[in-house]
Design a protein around this ligand. Structure first.
Ligand code: SAM
Length: 481
């Protein structure tokens, strides 16, 4: 039997099944232990120190106790704490991105994904470089600056060379005032050598969802193809780190297995990255299983309610306070509103989850990976966020300034990152207002920028930011701290 060891590089030791079972048992035994629960909540509280505010976060065991507890008052305290941590470390900023689907050719057999190799009903499509260009121009014309590229796994149709070529094309397109300044990558697990090539291509975060941490379920849900190899998949972030990518993203596809097992596994994975590489995950995504061509989510009987989903988001926020949290258009406007308040820091807008979808007049559904719940335009999403008091940010500065991995985390932990994020958010929002927004959105946005200058702590940075916003109005672009 494998022994639990967060520092180990073996999947079965850092995501240890017995440790998860012991944790869930412990959580059940202590879910009404109010003294312990209060101590856990106290531990997660932000604390003022000489170097700024610090948060200790929570272990997988502590978070699992809170998840098991059904007391309404405790839930209220969890949500309140999550909101305060969110406000303290992320302010009102919400980073915007869009997915770009490159190819739906896939050799895997993931039973929940319409791209699975056995699906003969879905039209297969792979973008040519000309088509990539057209998609990117369409995305730039909406105002996007940050993309997450997505592709199925296929050694012949989408080998790494194809992905690298696409990244090169994406970064090369400068259309009007537009530019894609950060490309995050969500492609199948690969080798250290390939991760090194992705790093050299200038990617931001390497994102790979675990789908489920439960090995037995994983093997059933991925019956064929290279993705069937649970260990290779689970150890992928380690290989990415070894290849020099120090910003990696985790995620669980909620609905595949039991949510308590998944949250525990997810937090163990974060603890492992911290223990083995000294830097936790850059982001955590929280997708929920959706209907898609050939896929009926009701066949998977572990779907979670909006209430449980919100609680999980709040628990992630208080457990790993320095990790960004991402939510996609899989969720409705209503759910997005709820979880943004509780900790989500990055959202997609106006997404099309089909290959070539951005250049179509109507949202195509035949090659879609999943149903999109939030179908608003980017302008509408930006205005909606601002009307709730949030600052949509198109910032991509950190990795371009070399603030990745432990450098980013160190700045995050001592709070200095705030002096970069707030002005960068305001400057990139100003660019959006100048180049892409509707009249109504401009009105709301200009008022917001004026109001939010006050939240830049340093007088010097505030003055430079105001000056740069003025220069953006005069036509200059791409300032950053
Ligand atoms: N092929 C890569 C892989 O296997 O990791 C890339 C990512 S795939 C295009 C992106 C993610 O979409 C998957 O990791 C999975 O979690 C999610 N996904 C697949 N089918 C889904 C569905 N029916 N509903 C919601 N999300 C789904």
């Amino acid at each position: 039997m494998a022994i639990y060891d967060p520092k180990s590089l073996k999947a079965e030791e850092f995501i240890n099944h017995e440790e998860i079972l012991r944790t869930l048992e412990y959580a059940d035994a202590h879910k009404n232990d109010m003294e312990l629960i209060s101590a856990i909540l106290k531990k997660a509280e932000p604390v003022e120190t000489e170097d700024g505010v610090k948060c200790a976060g929570l272990t997988h065991r502590e978070a699992s106790v809170l998840l098991a507890c059904e007391d309404e008052e405790v839930l209220h305290r969890i949500e309140n704490l999550a909101e305060r941590i969110k406000e303290r470390f992320y302010g009102k900023r919400i980073v915007m991105f869009a997915p770009l689907y490159l190819s739906n050719y896939c050799v895997n057999g993931c039973t929940y994904c319409p791209y699975h190799g056995q699906n003969k009903t879905i039209p297969r499509k792979k973008l040519t470089q000309e088509e990539v260009k057209a998609e990117v121009i369409a995305l730039q014309d909406m105002g996007h600056k940050r993309l997450a590229i997505e592709a199925g796994e296929h050694p012949v149709h989408n080998p790494l060379e194809y992905i690298l070529e696409c990244i090169k094309t994406i970064y090369s397109i400068k259309h009007k005032n537009g530019a894609i300044r950060r490309v995050n990558v969500n492609i199948a697990a690969t080798t250290v050598e390939n991760y090194r090539k992705l790093k050299e291509a200038g990617i931001g975060t390497y994102i790979l969802f675990q789908e489920t941490y439960h090995k037995e379920s994983y093997l059933q849900l991925h019956p064929t193809g290279p993705k069937h190899d649970y260990d290779y998949h689970t150890e992928a972030h380690d290989r990415a780190m070894q290849g020099g990518i120090d910003d990696v993203g985790l995620g669980v596809l909620f609905g595949l297995d039991k949510y308590r097992y998944e949250l525990c596994g997810l937090l163990m994975h974060a603890e492992h990255l911290e223990a083995a590489f000294g830097v936790g995950p850059h982001t955590i995504s929280v997708p929920r299983l959706k209907r898609a061509a050939d896929i009926d989510p009701s066949k998977f009987d572990n779907g979670i309610s909006d209430d449980i989903f919100a609680k999980i988001c709040a628990l992630i926020r208080i457990s790993v306070p320095y990790t960004g949290m991402i939510i996609s258009t899989r969720e409705s406007q209503e759910v997005r509103e709820r979880v943004i308040r509780l900790g989500v820091s990055q959202i997609s807008g106006a997404s099309r989850t089909s290959v070539g979808g951005y250049t179509e007049e109507e949202r195509p559904t035949d090659t879609e990976q999943f149903d999109v719940s939030d179908q608003r335009t980017l302008d509408e999403v930006v205005r909606w966020l601002m009307e709730m008091g949030y600052i949509p940010s198109f910032c991509t500065a950190c990795y371009r300034e070399g603030r990745t991995g432990d450098r980013f985390m160190a700045l995050c932990k001592n709070g200095q990152i705030q002096n970069c994020c707030q002005p960068n958010a305001l400057m990139t929002l100003k660019e959006f207002l100048m180049d892409y927004a509707s009249e109504e959105t401009v009105k709301v946005g200009e008022a917001l920028i004026e109001k939010e200058y006050a939240n830049i702590k340093s007088d010097k940075v505030r003055a430079i930011c105001k000056d740069r916003v003025q220069k953006i109005a005069e036509g200059i672009r791409d300032f950053r701290f």
